[in-house]
Structures are given as structure tokens and as C-alpha cells.
Design a protein around this ligand. Structure first.
Ligand code: FAD
Length: 386
């Protein structure tokens, strides 16, 4: 079977590798360079923490488990598996966290309530604020380095015979019953039997090229649910080997002593057309929050601020399956794509080879034809959510 996989982010690269390993003749195409889309601007927390309903929790749990199983334990590994600590200071966050802990405990997720002293042991440089009400330790969660993950998957794809073509834009299709001509912007075309759309935030216009309607949000204005800041520091002498979620700042290691920072309340001004610099007022706010959270950060600097654009289906949940209007087009579009990629890649390849995935049934495109939540605003994010 000849298959074009369009989009070489974490999702497309994994699908391409798994299809090629099953014997498909795969061409992986990207309009720019591999990993240059949302994959290059991700907090990349690997988790199934605040995920609901249960089917969506199970999908993300399968992603977390697949990462843990697949990531090599040597230098080529992409996963930091030191767990995650979340602490709540105000009543609202405490109640939300308490409910989440009890739900996740019932599902054997790997979460425990810990004392401030235990938190100090796990996070030796933490400055816990006065009035901390509740602290959770998620023992199995971690963070990924998306570029390392991508390198691994592109390598597996190539080793299995996939052809990777970057700088190649798909501009249209010519389809009949059993074959599809994928039209490329350079005027050439590629004959295949199937196309996998893994184009992330470009899904809506891309699917329209095939006459299909797939409701994935596009950036409209600053502060949209789809946009978010990430700030990366210089290397700092801080002991940190796990993720922290606090009411005003989320922090994770970013390699070589750098830290990656995220503060969801600041996202209100995020605009990909206007990215603040390392000396901006926003950078100063990130630094002040960091200094109040971790010791030894007084000389920290922001090296770069990024504005990421999430891949956000209208109802916030994964979309996976053939497009009803064009069954030769298999569509995958999802937030939390870093967490989900290793699991989804395998399961999508299995489904394309005829093994229907029960776990995907709640995530088909068809739900938008009947679901009354379609088109309604997605609930705002809270501390601890992505
Ligand atoms: C601020 C932020 C924080 C996040 N935090 C987390 C987190 O903590 N945990 C987590 O799991 N996830 C997180 N995510 C989400 C995660 O990063 C994404 O879901 C994931 O990276 C999406 O990968 P993708 O492969 O679907 O899309 P992308 O990486 O965007 O890849 C799509 C590719 O398609 C290509 N393309 C588009 N159109 C065409 C065309 N016509 N022809 C050829 N190529 C085309 C693009 O060039 C692009 O490279 C976060 C995202 C953001 C923005």
C-alpha cells in the first residue's frame, strides 16, 4: 500500500514510522522542516492528569505508558521521568486538586498527597509559599524533549524505508475510488492509495482541499485558547529533575540546566505575530515568578520567549479516523499531541491495516455532526491544565 503522510510533527513522524514498519510504502511530506510546527513550541508534559471524560483519560494514559516503554534509557532517550509536583494555595485550586487526586487514585494513576517536608526532599530548591494547602506528587508523569523524540521516530521511519520530503507543500488532491493523486505545490504529483492528514493546526484548510470538514480551531486574536507563551531561561544552578505546577508558574527542566516556564494567566496577550523579546516586560514577569518559586535563580535570564499555537479541535478532544466525505483521507488532529504521539502512531497504523480501534470510537469526526457541544466555547484552562 502506498501512503502519503502529510505533516512531519510528532504525530505524522510516528504514524509514518509505524506504517512503514508494517510494510507500507510511505512518503512523509512537510511544507517546512520536520518538527517546525506546534511540535517546536510545546511544554511537552507527558501526562493524563486532568483529562476527561474517561475515554480521553485512557487515550492519554496509553500515551504516557507508550513513552515510558519506548524511550531508551541512554542519552538518546527523550523522556524525563522524575514525576510532577503540584501545589495549591487558594481554596479553588485546593478543591480542584483534591477532587483530581481522589479521581486519579481511584484509577490507580500514581498520585499521592505529600507534606511540605516531602516536597522539599523532592524539590530541594523550592521556596514553598506560606499557606500552601495541598501538595500532590504524580509519580509516573514526566516531560519529553520533542526534538529528540522526533529524531528517533524519523530515524525509525527512514530505517523502515519511508521517504521523507521536507519543503514540500501538499496543495490539492485528485481522487477516485481506489487511488489518489496528491498534488504538490511544485506542480508534480504523488500517486497513493491513502493519505494521512497529520497537519496539526492547519487541519481545517487542509481537509477542505479534499472536500472534508474537520473542525480544528485557528488563531483569531491574542489570548485565544489556541495560543500560549513558553519562556526558556539560560542554564541556572538549580536542582530540578521533575515538573512543578504552582498557581503562578509551571516549570520543567529544558536541558543543560535551562528551565522552561509557563504561566497560563499570562497567555491572555499571546499573539504569534508579535512575540516578546528576552528583555520584554513579560520576560521580567516570568523571572520574578521564577525567583519566588526556586532558590538560586537570582541571576536567571530569559533566553527566548515562544508563542505556541495549539492544535485544538472545537471540543478540545482528539479527532482520529477517516473523513466521512473522503474515506481515503485518514485524519488525526489533537492537543496533547506530545503525550499521545507514541500510542496514536501505533494504533493509527494498525487501524489503516484493518484493525479497527475501539479506543477511537468516541473520537471520530462524525461526533461533530451530532454533538450539541460543537461550536460552543471550550472551558477556560485552570492551573495544572495545558
Ligand atoms: C504552548 C503549548 C504547550 C503545550 N503543552 C503540551 C504538553 O504539556 N503536553 C502535550 O502532550 N502537548 C502539549 N502541547 C501540544 C502539542 O505540542 C501538540 O499537540 C503537538 O506538538 C502537535 O503535533 P502535530 O504533529 O500534530 O502538529 P505539528 O507539529 O504542528 O505538525 C504539523 C506539520 O504539518 C505541516 N503541514 C501543514 N500543512 C501542510 C501542507 N499543506 N503540506 C505539507 N505539510 C504541511 C506543518 O509544516 C507542520 O510541520 C502544547 C502545545 C502548545 C502550543
Amino acid at each position: 500500500m502506498k501512503i502519503a503522510v502529510v505533516g512531519a510533527g510528532v504525530i505524522g513522524a510516528t504514524v509514518a514510522a509505524r506504517l512503514a514498519q508494517r510494510g507500507a510504502q510511505v512518503t512523509l511530506l512537510d511544507q517546512a522542516s520536520a518538527g517546525s510546527g506546534t511540535t517546536s513550541t510545546s511544554y511537552a508534559w507527558v501526562n493524563s492528569n486532568g483529562k476527561e471524560p474517561p475515554a480521553y483519560y485512557q487515550l492519554n494514559l496509553a500515551g504516557l505508558e507508550a513513552h515510558t516503554r519506548m524511550s531508551p534509557t541512554d542519552e538518546s532517550g527523550w523522556l524525563g521521568l522524575g514525576g510532577h509536583i503540584e501545589f495549591a494555595v487558594d481554596d479553588h485550586h485546593r478543591d480542584n486538586l483534591a477532587a483530581r487526586i481522589s479521581r486519579l487514585k481511584a484509577w490507580n494513576y500514581g498520585v499521592e498527597e505529600i507534606t511540605p517536608d516531602q516536597a522539599k526532599t523532592l524539590l530541594p530548591d523550592i521556596e514553598l509559599p506560606e499557606g500552601v494547602q495541598l501538595i500532590a506528587h504524580y509519580t509516573r508523569e514526566g516531560y519529553a524533549y520533542p526534538a529528540k523524540y522526533l529524531a528517533h521516530m524519523l530515524g525509525e521511519a527512514r530505517d523502515a524505508g519511508a521517504v521523507i520530503r521536507t519543503g514540500t507543500t501538499v496543495s490539492g488532491f485528485n481522487a477516485d475510488d481506489d487511488k489518489v493523486e496528491v498534488q504538490l505545490a511544485d506542480g508534480t504529483s504523488l500517486p497513493v492509495q491513502k493519505v494521512v492528514s497529520a497537519v496539526g493546526r492547519w487541519t481545517r484548510p487542509f481537509a477542505a482541499l479534499a472536500g472534508a470538514s474537520v473542525p480544528v480551531r485557528e488563531f483569531a486574536e491574542p489570548g485565544d485558547i489556541v495560543v500560549g507563551y513558553l519562556a526558556v531561561t539560560n542554564p541556572v544552578p538549580v536542582r530540578l529533575s521533575r515538573l512543578i505546577t504552582s498557581p503562578w508558574l509551571n516549570v520543567r527542566p529544558a536541558g543543560g540546566g535551562r528551565l522552561m516556564l509557563q504561566a497560563l494567566d499570562l497567555d491572555i496577550t499571546a499573539d504569534p505575530r508579535n512575540v516578546p523579546g528576552p528583555d520584554s516586560e513579560l520576560a521580567q514577569i516570568f523571572l520574578e515568578r521564577l525567583r519566588s518559586l526556586l532558590a538560586n535563580t537570582e541571576d536567571a535570564k530569559i533566553q527566548e520567549i515562544l508563542v505556541g499555537q495549539r492544535v485544538m479541535p472545537e471540543d478540545g478532544r482528539t479527532i482520529v479516523g477517516p473523513a466521512p466525505e473522503a474515506p481515503w483521507l485518514y485524519v488525526v488532529a489533537t492537543h496533547s499531541g506530545v503525550t499521545l504521539a507514541p500510542y496514536l502512531g501505533e494504533a493509527i497504523a494498525a487501524e489503516i491495516f484493518g484493525e479497527k480501534q475501539e479506543a477511537f470510537e468516541e473520537f471520530r469526526i462524525e461526533r461533530f455532526l451530532t454533538d450539541s457541544t460543537y461550536g460552543q466555547p471550550y472551558a477556560p484552562r485552570k492551573p495544572g491544565e495545558q
